[in-house]
Design a protein around this ligand. Structure first.
Ligand code: HEC
Ligand code: HEC
Length: 154
């Protein structure tokens, strides 16, 4: 084999390997980049629809921030205003029939219990999110820890 055809063969093998690796990656995880041709027009995927049925969901593990079961369209959380607190604050939650922010939300970083929400819990959507109808990006075989314990799930 000549040196040139040897190099061509090696390059060909590398190419085949790259295609196989790319195909394998494609089946396990979606592309994280845009269109293969960066300047091409591709239709944007549909934005997932939030689930807003007002049904509070079981938490997957005890410390999970519960997901938001209602619409939050246009709810502002800024330095000057916090729409979430208008219903979830201790003073308002009974009238709004909303669950009160839990006591952990009143504790500041020094462990002091404050009269109102602690600054580190002010930006609610840093932790609480809506559930959407989006399909999982990758397969998920999460099991509730109760199914692993002798106590059982029920
Ligand atoms: C108009 C009143 C109102 C506003 C504003 C509001 N909520 Fe709620 N929220 C409720 C009510 C009522 C519930 C009880 C379930 C239901 O009816 O949707 C609830 C439920 C929740 C829950 C579920 C709690 C649990 O234990 O499952 C979370 C989390 C939550 N809201 C977060 C938020 C966040 C974050 C915002 C701001 C982006 C917000 N809410 C704004 C009224 C409100
Ligand atoms: C740093 C993360 C974080 C932030 C920020 C945060 N929360 Fe939470 N929230 C949690 C966690 C974790 C829980 C569940 C454990 C607990 O109660 O502390 C929870 C619980 C809740 C609950 C359920 C209370 C109950 O008794 O069932 C409500 C309602 C809630 N949060 C509302 C809010 C609102 C409104 C804000 C914004 C003012 C907010 N949270 C900010 C993490 C957060």
């Amino acid at each position: 084999m000549s040196r040139r055809s040897g190099i061509a063969l090696a390059l060909g093998l590398v190419l085949v390997l790259a295609v196989v690796v790319a195909a394998a990656a494609q089946t396990t995880a979606p592309r994280l980049t845009g269109a293969p041709d960066p300047m091409a027009d591709v239709p944007a995927p549909r934005i997932a629809t939030p689930i807003t049925d007002d049904v509070r969901r079981m938490r997957s593990f005890p410390e999970q921030p519960p997901i938001i079961p209602h619409s939050i369209d246009g709810y502002q959380v800024t330095l000057g205003t916090n729409r979430c607190l208008e219903c979830h604050r201790r003073q308002f939650h009974d009238v709004a029939r909303a669950p009160m922010i839990s006591i952990s939300h009143f504790v500041d970083r020094d462990g002091q219990m404050l009269a109102d929400v602690a600054p580190r819990r002010y930006f609610c959507d840093a932790c609480h999110v809506q559930q959407t109808d989006a399909r999982p990006l990758v397969d998920n075989d999460f099991r509730d820890m109760l199914t692993l314990s002798p106590v059982g799930i029920d």
